[in-house]
Write a protein that binds this ligand. Structure first.
Ligand SMILES: [Zn+2]
Ligand SMILES: [Zn+2]
Length: 136
């Protein structure tokens, strides 16, 4: 299957020739800042299946001290993907188009969620990392 995504202004577009996996929402304070939201909504991709279609020259990267980072559109500010060791690690679910055949599997770092958020029930919630962390 082919999944596509784009940013708010539409200048940056990508495709994934494969499936998303490990979809999760992280409620920690760092993800709140990175996503400008109550939590992240993020899924892993196989880097070899990911490619930019348009606007790659408009991307700006932010790499944190851990080596993990993100790439966002320099025109509209949408965060499109997460980076790890210089390659695409996953995508922000908010920028994925259509119905990508994946559901959030867990909420993590609920112990540090914002005071103003009520987390939707129905999937596992973990105070911090899940018992078996599969981030990397
Ligand atoms: Zn944009
Ligand atoms: Zn987080």
């Amino acid at each position: 299957m082919t999944i596509t995504g784009d940013c708010f202004c539409g200048a940056v577009t990508y495709k994934i020739e494969g499936r998303l996996f490990d979809a999760r929402s992280c409620h920690c304070s760092r993800c709140r800042k990175a996503f400008g939201s109550q939590a992240s909504a993020y899924a892993r991709v196989n880097a070899s299946q990911f490619s930019w279609l348009t606007g790659e020259d408009l991307l700006t990267s932010y790499i944190g001290t851990s080596g993990a980072g993100k790439q966002f559109c320099s025109v509209c500010g949408s965060t499109l993907c997460g980076l790890y060791d210089g390659s695409v690690h996953g995508v922000t679910l908010g920028c994925v188009n259509g119905e990508p055949d994946i559901m959030l599997e867990m909420h993590i770092f609920t112990g540090s969620k914002a005071s103003w958020e009520t987390i939707a029930e129905g999937i596992p919630q973990y105070e911090e990392w899940p018992p078996k962390n599969r981030l990397e």
